[in-house]
Design a protein around this ligand. Structure first.
Ligand SMILES: *Cc1c(COP(=O)(O)O)cnc(C)c1O
Length: 446
């Protein structure tokens, strides 16, 4: 047994069985099913600040923060008030509203190269639309992406297979037509030579390079110094656009996302940015934006069609705007301080118990790789002990801390993570490190 103070998941198990009857796999997004860590996903009943409470009454300190959005913690009073006020005035009109203007202004004010944004309903829609506008602008169709970067479940961007340079990628998922994947070149992250070669071979066909500004979907793997700069230089030389996907990092790594941390490449800013997660404050709103001449391609001013019944939804816009307005310098300082305390606890506990680990950060985003080597790309990210992560995940869950249920994710903190919850998590890290080492020793007996 991992631990004595085992939590019960009886009601979650019942709900999962009921869910499986009407929802494929019982979940509406695959990673929620706990397949890579095993066990029963906890059905969360409610949450407040840094705490989640499940349907069996267990409490967990939250290190997922809804995969990023809940940067202020759950049910933040100012956001709740903004949402309640907006909702009391009606849910959706299918007309322009003032709130979406204010949200767009907030985004444009924060991220300097973004001159105009269009609001959509999910990060997937943002990247899909960014790719379309890039293709429309350049009159070309090929997209370059990097293995291990996730841009939502857009057909052309699901391809992550194939390593060599400028080869045709195979679709990663049945249902993605080979014709769609054939328009996508997948290259290893942090490998500028591979990008040079791809452009040398097919530069005239490439509409855009899309990259996670600082990848968080293979664990946290920041771009090596000069990588973003190189992408900007090579794309500009060949008349292709650079799309910086900041759906995860936007407004999280800093007030201006990863762009705010890394700064503007000498050869110019990315042409298009995509946002989501934090900017919706937990509601389904996202955006893509960038250079004025590129964004002017969109209907109704230009020929590239893009639309949405609920786009710019007033309740979602209110949540996003209130969230961004609360994201002050003090909030970013607090996120960093909490992240650093947790990283120090992992380093101390894992060193003490001899658990292989490598911590990588992007602002307050960080992940703990269960490996010793530096991780600069997807291949290296995959070379870690994911089974050991699964045991650590469950040991933490038993001790009342909910980590992301996959070793290829960032850990997320919120400004509501106060000293009490941080102390709780630190104690759990030490306890869980001890738990899994004991399992190791027990397991190694003949
Ligand atoms: C989450 C994510 C997406 C997809 O956003 P959804 O809202 O889940 O569709 C796209 N790109 C990145 C970098 C993400 O982290």
């Amino acid at each position: 047994m991992v631990n004595a103070d085992t939590t019960t998941a009886a009601r979650s198990e019942e709900l999962l069985a009921e869910a499986k009857r009407v929802i494929p796999g019982g979940v509406n997004s695959p990673v929620r099913a706990f397949r890579s860590v095993g066990g029963t996903p906890r059905f969360i009943a409610k949450a407040s600040g840094p705490w989640l409470e499940d349907v069996d009454g267990n409490r967990y300190a939250d290190l997922m923060c809804s995969w990023g959005p809940m940067i202020l913690g759950h049910a933040h009073p100012a956001v709740l008030e903004a949402v309640t006020t907006a909702a009391s005035e009606g849910f959706s009109f299918g007309t322009p509203t003032e709130r979406e203007v204010r949200l767009a202004e907030e985004i444009v004010a924060r991220v300097e190269p973004v001159e105009a944004v269009r609001l959509v309903n999910s990060g997937t829609e943002a990247t899909m639309s960014a790719v379309r506008v890039a293709r429309g602008f350049t009159g070309r169709s090929v997209i370059v992406k990097f293995a291990g970067c996730y841009h939502g479940h857009v057909d052309a961007l699901l391809a992550a297979a194939g390593s060599g340079v400028a080869t045709f990628a195979l679709p990663d998922s049945p249902g993605v037509p080979p014709s769609s994947a054939a328009e996508t070149i997948v290259l290893p992250f942090n490998d500028l030579a591979a990008v040079e070669e791809a452009f040398a071979a097919r530069g005239q066909e490439i509409a855009a390079v899309i990259t996670e500004a600082s990848p968080g979907n293979m664990g946290v793997v920041p771009p090596a110094p000069g990588f973003t700069e190189g992408l900007r230089r090579i794309t500009a030389e060949h008349g292709a656009l650079l799309i910086s996907d900041e759906v995860m990092t936007g407004f999280r790594c800093s007030a201006a996302g990863w762009y705010g941390l890394e700064g503007k490449p000498v050869s110019g800013a990315p042409d298009i940015f995509t946002f989501g997660k934090v900017m919706g404050g937990g509601f389904p709103t996202a955006a893509f934006g960038g250079r004025r001449d590129v964004m002017d391609m969109l209907a109704p001013d230009g020929p590239v069609y893009q639309a949405g019944t609920l786009s710019g939804n007033p309740v979602a816009s209110a949540a996003g705007l209130a969230t961004l307005q609360q994201c002050t310098p003090e909030v970013y300082d607090r996120l960093l301080a909490v992240a650093e305390t947790l990283q120090a606890a992992v380093t101390e506990a894992f060193t003490k118990y001899g658990i292989p680990h490598r911590i990588q950060t992007a602002g307050s985003m960080f992940s703990v790789f269960f490996a010793e080597h530096e991780v600069t790309n997807f291949e290296e990210a995959k070379a870690q002990d994911s089974a050991l992560y699964g045991r650590f995940f469950h040991a933490m869950l038993q001790r009342g801390v909910h980590l992301p249920p996959s070793c290829f994710e960032s850990w997320f903190v919120s400004a509501s993570h106060d000293d009490e919850v941080v102390a709780h998590i630190v104690a759990a890290i030490h306890g869980a490190a001890s738990d899994i080492t004991q399992v190791e020793l027990a397991g190694s007996r003949p």
